[in-house]
Write a protein that binds this ligand. Structure first.
Ligand SMILES: Cc1ncc(COP(=O)(O)O)c(C=O)c1O
Length: 451
C-alpha cells in the first residue's frame, strides 16, 4: 500500500515574501521593518529625509548579468546596452561600465553624464528622433561608438559634421518594423504610425540605406529597432525580428551591404503588480537571439553582432521610493487618501499612464496589508496620485510609506513642479547606504534665475 504523506504545514507568507516579485532582490523583513541591501529603510528615511529613492545595487548588477548571460548563451557576439533614460546618474554609468555593458544615451545631457562618469565613449549609442546640431557635434567630437540615425535630415547632418571633423562616424539606422506590441499606447514605438525611425512602407527604410551608403564619412554598421516598452508578449519581438532580418536580406540583394550589427532595442516588461507575470530575461534572450540566428540561417545571412537595449527591466524592481505619511483623509463611503511628501514630481507614471504600484509600510512590514487606501501626492492636481486603491498595512501619520518598483522612469522623469526639490538617490549594498545623488535645494532651483 502506498504510504500516505501528511501535508506539511505551510508557514504563512510574510508581506515582504508576498511582494518579492515587485521588491528588490535583497528585500527582507527584520522585526517589524523592511530592510533592503542590509539597510533599515525606516531608519534611512528618517536620516536622509523623504521623499527618497533607494536602489538595490546587487539587484541592478544581477539584472545586467542576466542579460549578458542569456544573450551570449545563444550567440557569443552579443552586447547589452543599458538604456540610460530609465534611470541615469554618474554612479549608475559607472556601475554599467564595471559590468562591461554599453550605454544608450538619448540627449546631450545624458551624454554629459556618461562623460562625467568616464564611461568608455566607444561603448555609447546615441539615440533621439530630433537630435540638435549641437548634440550631434558633441557626440561625434566625443567619439561615441554609434549614432542611431532616425531621419534623412539627420543622416545628412551626421555626414556633414563628421566630414568637417575629418572623422568616420559609425551609425545604425533606426527602422520601424510596423509591429504594434501589447502595451500602453504611449510607449508603443514600432508601429507604422510612429515619430521614430524609418518606416518599411513606401521603401523609406531602403532609401535611407542607399543614402547612408552614398554619404561621406558615415560607416553604416547596421540596423536598430525598438518596438516599445513594458512588453509581456514575446511574439511581438519574434514578428519584428522576422521583418527586420527579411529587410537585411533585401539590403544585401539590392545594395550588396551585409549588415554587421543588429540592435533589437529594449522593452521587456516587469512586474508592477502581483498579478503581473512578465517573461524572464532567459526567455527573452532565446526569442531574440535564436530568432535572429534562425532567420539569418534561412536567408543565408551571416549572423550579425546582436545588441539588446534594456532599461526598465534592469532598474525598475531594483528601486523603491520612501515617503512619510503626512495627512490621512477619509472621504466617507468613497475612499481614504493618504497624502505623502512627494507625488507626481518624483513619479509621473501614475498620472501619465495610470500605472499601478504595490505599497507597504516600511515600519509595519510585519503586519498584514489589511486596508485599502489611495496614496496621494502633495501637488496641485487631482491626478497627482501615486497608487490608487491599494492594499496596505494600517497607516498612521509619520509612517514610512514604501512604493515598490519605482527604479525606472521615476527619477529620470522627475520635475520641479510646484518648485518641489527632487529627492536624493541612495544606493544600498552589503549593509551600506551611499548617497549617489543628493537632494536638491532651493538654491539649486534658484541657480538659473537671473536676478
Ligand atoms: C530606443 C530605446 N531603446 C531602449 C529603450 C528601453 O526600453 P525599456 O526601458 O522598456 O527596456 C527605450 C525606451 O523606451 C528606447 O526608446
Amino acid at each position: 500500500m502506498a504510504a500516505t504523506t501528511e501535508p506539511v504545514p505551510q508557514e504563512p507568507m510574510t508581506v515582504v515574501e508576498d511582494l518579492s516579485a515587485v521588491l528588490p532582490m535583497t528585500a527582507e523583513m527584520r522585526g517589524d521593518r523592511l530592510w533592503i541591501g542590509g539597510v533599515d529603510m525606516t531608519k534611512l528615511a528618517r536620516e536622509q529625509g523623504t521623499a527618497l529613492y533607494v536602489m538595490d545595487e546587487e539587484h541592478i548588477r544581477r539584472q545586467l548579468r542576466e542579460y549578458v548571460k542569456w544573450t551570449t548563451y545563444h550567440w557569443r557576439d552579443c552586447r547589452t546596452i543599458y538604456a540610460g533614460k530609465a534611470f541615469m546618474s554618474v554612479a549608475m554609468c559607472r556601475l554599467v561600465a564595471e559590468e562591461g555593458c554599453s550605454l544608450d544615451v538619448s540627449s546631450g545631457g545624458e551624454l554629459a553624464f556618461a562623460i562625467a562618469a568616464d564611461f568608455p565613449l566607444d561603448r555609447v549609442y546615441v539615440h533621439g528622433n530630433s537630435k540638435t546640431m549641437l548634440e550631434l557635434h558633441e557626440a561625434i567630437k566625443a567619439g561615441v561608438g554609434r549614432i542611431v540615425v532616425d531621419s534623412f535630415e539627420e543622416l545628412e547632418r551626421v555626414s556633414c559634421i563628421a566630414t568637417e571633423m575629418g572623422k568616420m562616424q559609425g551609425i545604425l539606422l533606426r527602422i520601424t518594423p510596423g509591429i504594434k506590441p501589447d502595451t500602453h499606447g504611449y510607449i508603443q514605438t514600432g508601429q507604422s504610425d510612429s515619430k521614430f525611425g524609418f518606416g518599411m512602407n513606401h521603401g523609406l527604410a531602403m532609401e535611407a540605406v542607399r543614402r547612408a551608403l552614398e554619404l561621406p564619412c558615415i560607416d553604416l554598421a547596421g540596423l536598430h529597432m525598438h518596438i516599445g516598452s513594458q512588453i509581456f508578449a514575446l511574439q511581438s519581438y519574434a514578428k519584428a525580428i522576422e521583418v527586420i532580418v527579411h529587410f537585411m536580406d533585401a539590403i544585401r540583394r539590392e545594395t550588396g551591404l551585409v549588415v554587421r550589427e543588429l540592435d533589437t532595442g529594449g522593452g521587456l516588461g516587469i512586474a508592477y503588480g502581483l498579478p503581473d507575470e512578465p517573461s524572464t530575461v532567459e526567455q527573452y534572450g532565446k526569442v531574440i537571439v535564436d530568432g535572429i540566428k534562425d532567420h539569418c540561417e534561412r536567408d543565408g545571412l551571416p549572423v550579425p553582432t546582436i545588441m539588446v537595449e534594456p532599461g526598465r527591466s534592469i532598474v525598475a524592481n531594483a528601486g523603491v521610493t520612501l515617503y512619510t505619511a503626512g495627512t490621512i483623509k477619509e472621504v466617507r463611503g468613497i475612499r481614504t487618501y493618504v497624502a505623502v511628501d512627494g507625488g507626481m514630481t518624483d513619479n509621473i507614471r501614475t498620472a501619465l499612464y495610470d500605472a499601478h504600484y504595490e505599497v507597504l509600510v516600511a515600519n509595519r512590514a510585519d503586519q498584514a496589508r489589511s486596508e485599502v487606501v489611495t496614496i496621494a501626492g502633495k501637488h496641485c492636481e487631482t491626478g497627482d496620485l501615486i497608487a490608487r486603491d491599494v492594499r496596505v498595512q494600517p497607516i498612521e501619520i509619520g509612517d514610512i510609506v514604501c512604493v515598490c518598483s519605482t527604479g525606472a522612469y521615476c527619477q529620470s522623469m522627475a520635475s520641479n513642479y510646484n518648485k518641489q526639490v527632487r529627492p536624493a538617490v541612495v544606493f544600498v549594498s552589503g549593509g551600506e547606504a551611499r548617497v549617489v545623488v543628493r537632494r536638491e535645494t532651493y538654491d539649486d532651483m534658484l541657480r538659473c534665475e537671473i536676478r
